[in-house]
Write a protein that binds this ligand. Sequence first.
Ligand code: KG4
Ligand code: ZN
Length: 350
Amino acid sequence: MMPSDKYFHTDLPSSVIILGIESSCDDTSASIIRNNTVLSNLIANQDVHRKYGGVVPELASRAHQKNIIPVVDQALKEAKVDKKDLSAIAYTKGPGLMGSLLVGSSFAKSLSASLNIPLIGVNHLEAHVLANFIGKKDPPQFPFICLTVSGGHTQIVLVRGHLDLRIIGQSADDAAGESFDKIAKIMGLPYPGGPEIDKLSKIGDPKAFSFPKPKMPELNFSFSGLKTAVFNFLHEQVKGDPAFLDKHLNDVCASLQHCITDILLEKLELACEQYNISEVALAGGVAANSHLRDSLMKLAVKKSWQLYIPDFQYCTDNGAMIAIAGYYKYLANDFDDRESSPKARYPLSV
Ligand code: KG4
Ligand code: ZN
């Protein structure tokens, strides 16, 4: 019998306690949840990448290796949960950086084997969507449409059940977060650029400059042209006035943020029309962007959508979203084999 079959249950316990481990990129995170309530959610950020202006995979793996035991220990302590009381261990199986994923998966496998409890492999993008269920008394109703905007992915997802997710639109090239980060780098801002641009935009004029919007078919996106357009625009402006960026940084940031938000919301609106759905959710790191959140809230009022946005700490990468996805997989007896390995590419479509 495979370990995954061994744990099959027909009677559900009233209290399911899951340890969720996230290590797909540059943050090591562990969280304990009881059913859909978060008891702890610890995140060790890796500042080591800042000086390189982006994530250095080798350094990320080393930092995960260093952080993972203290972070899991602290998550258990804060939750006041003994590891013997865990029902299962959920970990990010992919997509992500292979070295980083291997640290989390090896740790999760070893701990699940030593405690003799099930192991649950979670798709990182599915977890971003399911973050909308964390601690919610009135969670999204199925079917709903989720706009997932992270550093590596931009997707419009049709969600018909906790574990029934289908991509109906996505970026053909850069992700929205990647576009924030790359353009921020061009402007000499620190990594990650998204939060920096958000901050600087607060006192900028979103209508000061306009950037071209890509013409993509159906519900798909493209962001690589925007990066080139901003680069060329800045190049031209600085030629005329070397102090251009110093004088107009806030306006450029606000205009860029406005442009990215418009591109995203236009397609989201189209998706809701096409599928005749008015339950709408947002997910992923870029969901922390204040302009996107505000604009989406206004659009939801105008369109009479029921809108769901995770709390800030559950938008960017975190262990709680892995744990909540693990919870729904636990309920569905969807366990992982200890022989399985993480996947750098791990498509969401089920
Ligand atoms: O979901 P996430 O934490 O990691 C991935 O799965 O990629 O997303 C990280 C991305 C980065 O590109 C970061 O710049 C962006 O989310 N981000 C933001 C904000 N906070 C994080 N982008 C715009 N505004 C923000 N406030
Ligand atoms: Zn993510």
